[in-house]
Design a protein. Structure first.
Length: 450
């Protein structure tokens, strides 16, 4: 079985091999007969957006028609590799002018996921949305509802969901290999938070950047350079990102959520620090309680999240430490992953790596099932063509994202157990928490459906 493998965004892109030279050229101006081609646009042109759009472009039915990016200085690779595609700086203009589109990918900072995806779906477009699906819980619920109402193909960018490593973890749990699940511990070493004071200076807006468009639905504010917002550290900021939890939670919770067939949590409680006036905190410990499922032992099951320097308790880590020589313990747990504790054994799910079963001696003769690999992006296109089914449609990834974002809300109320009514989309015992479920867009940036 393969060893655990840490996968950074940079190494992920490198592993996929998406260099400029490798991207095929398309001619969106030559539209084929209806049904023969999928005309696609990207919101975002670099970073994860580049991976999304170039991978989708590998499908023979896809033609890249347009891109929208508020920072035109980051569009050089797109212009070079898709010379016939149109480039916009305002995503609203793209949607208004590109009348022949079939699908889009939304790969912007978190705060614009909901507004752009909803606007695209209101026009009947299929959506590949990056994780987390949205910045706020209400936005996620509405995207899920509208996608269902309009019968649109949707997929969230948790691409490891389609990898055999995560598929194997899901299969082993659902086959009962470790018995009924008693509890889960899941973590990420990332630190998308900040305790530094916000700089008081105002910097000139870089050439090519539409700062007002970048701020989008959020309140106006002056530009601060040196990576305070764009392009590097927006994930740390309350209005624009969703912290470590939002960045990695949708990835790392995914195999647990799928394997246990989890639904909405009953309660959530944060033991870590609260955010400050402008940035998320780090070193979170967040306890969830979910109702039982066919794969859990008791009436409820606890799932605990840790990030930054926090990790599961030593006694939990020791459950997945393979004996080395004598009485010494084996290697430390990976920087990101999950420990799933069952009645018959324990599973370590590295992010990203093959699941490992403990005690090792109890599973030494286990014959592993066959699991396949899917191309997460091309599956989205094939689903539009009616040849496949999207594995992380918003019907699945919406509830997953809602659960993750509940942890972000809980961080505002340390050492307070928040009871959640998913149907009503509200907390029942702490009304102040409900102000974090839905935000108000600034005037002039309102979006139909949100």
């Amino acid at each position: 079985m393969q060893s655990a493998q840490a996968l950074t965004r940079r190494s992920f892109l490198k592993r996929l091999g998406y260099t400029a030279a490798a991207v095929p050229f398309f001619r969106p101006g030559l539209r084929a007969a209806a049904g023969d081609k999928i005309f696609h646009a990207s919101f975002g042109s670099s970073g994860m957006a580049w991976a999304d759009l170039t991978t989708i472009a590998r499908h023979p039915a896809v033609e890249i028609a347009a891109v929208a990016d508020v920072d035109l200085s980051r569009t050089a690779d797109f212009r070079k590799n898709f010379p016939n595609a149109r480039v916009y700086q305002d995503w609203r203009e793209l949607l208004d002018r590109e009348k022949d589109l079939d699908s889009v990918n939304v790969s912007t900072p978190d705060h614009m996921h909901g507004p752009i995806a909803m606007s695209a779906m209101q026009r009947g477009l299929h959506v590949y949305g990056e994780k987390p699906l949205t910045h706020d819980i209400y936005e996620t619920r509405r995207l899920t509802e509208v996608a269902r109402e309009k019968k649109l193909v949707t997929q969230m960018g948790i691409q490891i969901h389609s990898n055999p490593e995560y598929r194997m973890a899901v299969r082993l749990v659902q086959d009962g290999v470790i018995g009924k699940v008693k509890e889960v511990h899941t973590w990420s070493e990332k630190k998308w938070g900040d305790t530094d004071p916000m700089p008081t200076r105002v910097d000139p807006v870089p050439e090519g950047l539409d700062w007002n468009g970048w701020v989008g639905v959020c309140a106006e504010r002056p530009f601060i350079g040196e990576g305070w917002y764009h392009p590097g550290n927006w994930r740390k900021r309350l209005d624009f990102g969703t912290g470590t939890f939002g960045d990695m939670g949708c990835h790392i919770y995914d195999p647990v959520f799928k394997a246990l067939a989890l639904t909405a949590p009953i309660s959530v409680r944060s033991e870590g620090a609260a955010p400050n006036a402008h940035s998320w905190a780090t070193d979170a410990i967040i306890h969830y309680v979910f109702p039982r499922t066919a794969y859990t032992e008791s009436d409820t099951v606890s799932v605990t999240w840790y990030d930054g320097d926090q990790r599961p308790p030593t006694e939990v880590q020791n459950l997945v430490a393979a004996p080395a020589s004598g009485t010494a313990r084996g290697p430390r747990i990976p920087g990101q992953g999950s420990i799933v504790i069952g009645t018959k054994g324990t599973m370590l799910i590295p992010h990203v790596g093959w699941p490992q079963l403990f005690p090792q001696a109890d599973f030494s003769g286990l014959e592993m099932p066959e699991v396949g690999r899917a191309d997460h992006w091309l599956q989205f296109v094939d689903a539009i063509l009616g040849k496949d089914k999207a594995s992380t449609s918003f019907d699945y990834s919406g509830p997953l994202t809602e659960a993750v974002l509940l942890g972000s809300v809980a961080s505002w109320f340390p050492k307070t157990t928040l009871r959640w009514d998913a149907k009503a989309l509200k907390f029942t015992n702490e009304n102040a928490a409900n102000q974090h479920v839905r935000r108000t867009y600034r005037k002039g940036w309102e979006v139909k459906g949100l």
